[in-house]
Design a protein around this ligand. Sequence first.
Ligand SMILES: Cc1ncc(COP(=O)(O)O)c(C=O)c1O
Length: 379
Amino acid sequence: MTEPRWRVPLADVVVDDELVDAALETLRSGWWSMGPRVEEFEREFASFCGAEHAVAVANGSAALHLALLAVGCGEGDEVIVPSLNFVAAANSIAHTGADPVFCDIAGPEELNLDPDDVEAAVGPKTRAIVVLHYGGFPCDMDAVGEIADLHGLTIVEDAAHAPGATWRGRMCGTVGRIGCFSFFSNKNLPVGEGGMVVTGDEELAKSLRLLRSHGMTTLTWDRHRGHASSYDVVVQGFNYRLDELRATVGLVQLRDLPEENAGRARIAARYREALDGVHGLTMPFGRIGQERTSSHHLAVVLLPEGTDRDAVRAALGEGGIQTSVHYPPIHTFSAYSSAAGRPLPRTDAVAGRLLTLPLYGRMTGKQVESVVEALLGAI
Ligand SMILES: Cc1ncc(COP(=O)(O)O)c(C=O)c1O
């Protein structure tokens, strides 16, 4: 066991007997690499999302990389992506050979991409738009869809924050052409490392399956069962496979996801009630309409302008409360400084004020109150 450094960690996982028993059963089965449990996880995840196809992969970054390759992104292309995002999206674009083009957010209330700025960023080389549903709040998929239709662009959803969130009744990840999920430990569906790509397009699904496993036409699991004895390699692929143990954890977590999301929603509502508009703090996404529901991946507050965020974080940390920042905008990183050509004033304006508070389904009322009290005290 690791030492519990935080009284209130940023994220937490539930380890119950069901999870441990399921993991032991998989270990005892003697088949650990990709096989029947991965297939079952894919079927159940597809069914949860209402997607035709789900392809399990090693992590969310691999999901994005494969999705971008499958939709044809490569050298000479540009892909539009919000700078206020995890760097994996930009890295995945770059690894296809394409160039990321950063777009701005709508504003401090709506930390998702600004459709007008996406439109402004479209050029002759644009091939795709990677949208993020920031913190689990779906971005305006109607507006992005119109831009994509007008210019013949593909929408890739980075739904890492958004399993279970919906846009006009459809699950995030299934609204665009292809959707990518992460099952990193701090996500709503934590596995440790893992990811999933969902799509309604059979050709894309085929291509994803090939690219996931070296471009080979059969799997070790097929050969083990005697369903195949050899293979061809038809594209130059990767080893981005998920293994059986993590698929087992994923299956248990998927069953718990609705309860996890409901718990997060309750805690997010309490944060909003206690913090929004108090002492100059604001909580973004205060006015979300009927068209979307959130999976509440992150509890983000905007500190009053001029606040020393490091000092606030240090004060909370001293009280055993872990915080984070989602995200330092990608265009501010050294590796992307040369791609930082477009002005992103709204991203720049909120970047220094963002603070992420602890949020997970089983957070206790006492923990929430201690975070609220510590934050109000610190500012
Ligand atoms: C928005 C977003 N996209 C992509 C990723 C990459 O996922 P992973 O860490 O599983 O590679 C993450 C995870 O941290 C994320 O938060």
